[in-house]
Design a protein around this ligand. Structure first.
Ligand code: FES
Length: 160
């Protein structure tokens, strides 16, 4: 098999992975092993920022993020110990990624929640006016220092 054929197959595979993850509305290397391998084998030049998860019980948890990460990515990439968080992996079917923003941070979020997110939020415990689903929040450098509160209990809507 020629080298160019192998290159073609690799590019084709990566493209398929990108399409697959885009269709799931989740541009994330977690869902594609080859993208993950490429990502982790490259030097990480992107600047890192920090956010904090405030828990009802337990110490606050600080975690690093890069621009373009969702809050769900932050939990996964930092192995943040939030039991059951992000159970549906960002497919908007569980509401376990519920977080509560401070009012001023909530008002600065670039996008309003979609109808699908609002439907799922209705099933979350401890819902507030500043609640969002972490899998739907994409972070930028403007979120450096962000603090979000994590409810004391989660509801996996798939089990209702
Ligand atoms: S991770 Fe399931 S709705 Fe966000």
């Amino acid at each position: 098999m020629s080298i160019s054929w192998n290159v073609f197959r690799s590019v084709n595979y990566i493209t398929m992975c990108l399409v697959r993850t885009s269709n799931r509305n989740i541009l994330n290397v977690r869902f594609c092993p080859i993208l993950r391998l490429i990502s982790y084998s490259q030097p990480h030049f992107k600047e890192q920022y920090e956010m904090t998860f405030l828990r009802t019980h337990g110490e606050p948890i600080k975690a690093k993020f890069k621009e373009g990460d969702t809050i769900l990515d932050v939990v996964v990439n930092n192995s943040v110990d939030l039991d059951g968080y992000g159970a549906c992996e960002g497919t908007l079917t569980c509401s376990t990624c519920h977080v509560i923003f401070k009012k001023e941070d909530y008002d600065r979020l670039p996008e309003k929640p979609s109808d699908e997110e609002l439907d799922m939020l209705d099933l979350a415990y401890e819902l507030s006016d500043t609640s969002r689903l972490g899998c739907q929040i994409t972070l930028s450098k403007d979120h450096d220092g962000l603090e979000v509160r994590v409810p004391s209990t989660i509801n996996d809507a798939r089990e209702s």
